[in-house]
Design a protein around this ligand. Sequence first.
Ligand SMILES: *Cc1c(COP(=O)(O)O)cnc(C)c1O
Length: 420
Amino acid sequence: MTRTTDLTDAAHTADASLLPLNDTQAHVELTESYAAHNYHPLRVVLASGEGAWVTDVEGRRYLDCLAGYSALNFGHSHPRLVERAREQLGRLTLTSRAFYNDQLGPFARDLAALTGKEMILPMNSGAEAVETAIKVARKWAYLVKGVPEPQATIIAMEGNFHGRTTTIVSFSDDPAATAHYAPYTPGFKLVPYGDLAALEAAIDETTAAVLLEPVQGEAGVIIPPEGYLQGVRALCNASDVLMMADEIQSGLARTGRTFACDHEDVVPDVYMLGKALGGGLYPVSAVAADGDVLSVITPGTHGSTFGGNPLAAAIGREVVAMLETGEFQQRAATLGARLAAGLEGLVGQGVDAVRTRGLWAGVDISPGLASGRQVSEQLLERGVLAKEAHGQTVRLAPPLVASEDDIDLLVGAFAGICRG
Ligand SMILES: *Cc1c(COP(=O)(O)O)cnc(C)c1O
């Protein structure tokens, strides 16, 4: 620990940059000193990663069971994605949309094919994809459906998570996400997730869209009752309302299918994609829809400097190509069944409930055992990285490149904690 203190002091001197800053305490202090405290990270400083595994600055290895909130579905540094990105880095990275580039067209075509939609609109972060969908829905309501301006409403779900912009937090019901950010953007209604009668009652002639996560990730991997997505689809059809599925976390193979909506054979009018679309290398997001919806966006009415840039498009297109074989969807289904079986054996022994869809699990920890945060800290000590979603729930989303042994190790770590 003496060495730790020395380094920490040194970090605040002019010569700090000359020292090898390779110790956990020094990095934690630097980060806490100079970066705003908008997260509460576990105390581990990561320096490298490959596949499902990461290594910290002190050389310890961990199985990454958060996987960048599913941005790392293909694991760290997937060789195919890294190679494609390197190649594109050396050729062309940014043009702006003032000009065409030779990567966006092929990416747009391939992503449209993967989603079964006619066109896509490329953005960067997930929140920007959601913002785009909201703007599209409002404009569609006025120009196509004929809702009197400015009365369009969008119905969202209790417990939702769609990102952090001022408009998006305006319809969050999580006090941590909303407090002191008023005034909030109007035009949203919330209904209980999974409740078709409440949704039906909320729809009226001003409704532009229903916006939902087909599985609520941040809320703790909440899976709606069977038939719910089909019911939403039917209500939207009956009232000329857009069904907009936020598949930013649930999509792109995580649940064992390309999209979580596929589990009910439901096709929404609008998909929002992000996270794994950039392969964990780069932020890439998109909205996918048919022309009668997306064509309400015309030159000058929406955009982004980086959206659709050649590097993003090259990486995104490689991700789409990797999803076309179905290999990762199959891995998620097979490994997910193994994870589910292992975790279900712990119900009643420190675990209250387990919800899984593909390689994605919400594990409710018995309050008598520990909090979600404490379990995350104990998993860290056992070489597994995971994070509590909400209070008592730990969310598990290992990279889809994990091995069966990795899944067994994860279950074993959980079992060890449950049995004390
Ligand atoms: C992560 C997430 C977002 C926001 O994505 P960012 O890239 O963090 O802006 C939106 N919706 C869902 C369902 C998400 O999981």
